[in-house]
Design a protein around this ligand. Structure first.
Ligand code: AMP
Length: 397
């Protein structure tokens, strides 16, 4: 049992760091996934007889008050999600107003604090500011995996104001941490990492760390062409990071030394311009003609990758196999999503995380066919890069 589920919140005021950094267009929340993800934690505290003080950031107001980033906008939706629960709002996250509102909060009630990032001290990790926040509650719960890689006042520094036993992960954070740990530290073999997306430069550290963990590393997406180019292949107008060619060669050599199967797509769907209406063709990756660019993996690559995925017991997937936002270059990503779903059905454990691959499994309606879909973008990547995440360390120490 976890510290959170064991804890009886009756009579306690829980200060809960959530990630309510939701996309808002013209005053309307366009995706409330992050709010919904925090509900189980909130409900557990309330049903125990505790009260909840929610703190979050929204956007990047950079230490100034800006109505565009006010969390007051989300209060009506929060009330809807928490049907019947009394929800108050404090127009400042610290100071007299916040303290009065927190003080008069009754069990079963919720208080949402204004955007933490209206104070520059939040991102600076200022201990005095963290101290002002910590005064509002008597238990600290961190349920914001999306910001776990930041040593901000509310995500990490504040934890030192609470004794062991009075600081803990919420249910979302617990799930994120245990799923990520399962892949990184207890992966059943064969372990296959599927890495896609645009650039090698964004994924260097994760590839380097996974070279020590994975049996197979499948590389798709725009990254492919930098690796191919480093091997002297013609990649036409495909995405290529000229300054990363030596690094790409070095990664391929290290994979060989470590006996990690490093799989690059053998063929591509190519296009004569970066457009869904472009002329298309399927070619071997040995020779992409001048003026053409690879925008998706080809049928041979789909077959090869799907076979490796089918034989895996643990699968980590980050990043699309092609420009899946365009319908004509979506097939590779869709096929890989289906392969991961089918391996999962056969008993493999699969974790999908990091931005666009999550968007992809959602788009294909396969989110409930994989073992776990992470809510953390940057935080998850840093975790798989092998870094210590301050938000996790602050609770675990
Ligand atoms: P990332 O944020 O690094 O995971 O990259 C995701 C982006 O990579 C998506 O917007 C894809 O459209 C893009 N992408 C994937 N494959 C390619 C490719 N072959 N050429 C250009 N962009 C790509």
């Amino acid at each position: 049992m976890s510290r959170f589920t064991e804890f009886n919140f009756s009579g306690h005021k829980a200060l809960v760091r959530v990630d309510f950094n939701v996309p808002i267009k013209e005053g309307k929340i366009t995706d409330d996934t992050r709010m919904k993800a925090a509900l189980p934690t909130i409900h557990k505290i309330l049903s125990d007889g505790g009260s909840v003080i929610l703190m979050s950031h929204l956007g990047r107001p950079k230490g100034t008050v800006d109505a565009k980033y006010s969390l007051e906008q989300i209060v009506p939706h929060l009330k809807e999600l928490l049907k019947g629960v009394t929800v108050y709002f404090s127009a400042d996250c610290v100071g007299t107003l916040a303290e009065e509102r927190a003080e008069s909060l009754n069990s079963g009630e919720v208080l949402l604090l204004e955007n933490l990032r209206f104070h520059a001290e939040e991102e600076k990790g200022d201990p005095t500011f963290a101290g002002q926040l910590s005064r509002l509650g008597d238990v600290y719960v961190n349920d914001a995996f999306g910001t776990a890689h930041r040593a901000h006042a509310s995500t990490a520094i504040i934890a030192s104001d609470f004794p062991v036993g009075k600081k803990m992960f919420g249910l979302l954070m617990e799930a994120e941490v245990s799923n990520a740990e399962r892949v990184l530290h207890a992966a059943e073999k064969p372990f296959t990492a599927i890495l896609g997306g645009a650039k090698v430069s964004d994924k260097i550290e994760i590839i380097e760390n996974l070279l020590n963990k994975a049996d197979n590393i499948i590389v798709g997406g725009g990254m492919t062409y930098t690796f191919l180019r480093s091997q002297g292949k013609n990649t036409g107008n495909s995405l290529c990071e000229e300054d990363k060619l030596d690094l790409a060669t070095d990664i391929l050599n290290r994979a060989k030394e470590k006996h990690v199967a490093f799989l690059l797509a053998p063929d591509s769907v190519i296009a004569d311009s970066f457009s869904n209406d472009a002329e298309r063709n399927i070619v071997s990756n040995d020779e992409i003609p001048e003026g053409w660019m690879g925008l998706d993996i080809g049928p041979e690559a789909i077959q090869l990758f799907s076979d490796v995925i089918a034989g895996s017991k643990t699968i980590l997937w980050n990043g699309p196999m092609g420009v899946f936002e365009m319908s004509n270059f979506r097939e590779g990503t869709k096929a890989i999503a289906l392969a991961v779903a089918s391996a999962t059905q056969q008993g493999a454990y699969s974790l999908v995380g990091g931005g666009d691959s999550v968007a992809a499994v959602n788009q294909f309606g396969l989110a409930d066919k994989v073992s776990y879909v992470s809510t953390g973008g940057g935080a998850l990547l840093e975790y798989f890069e092998g870094k210590t995440l301050p938000g996790i360390a602050a609770i675990q120490e």
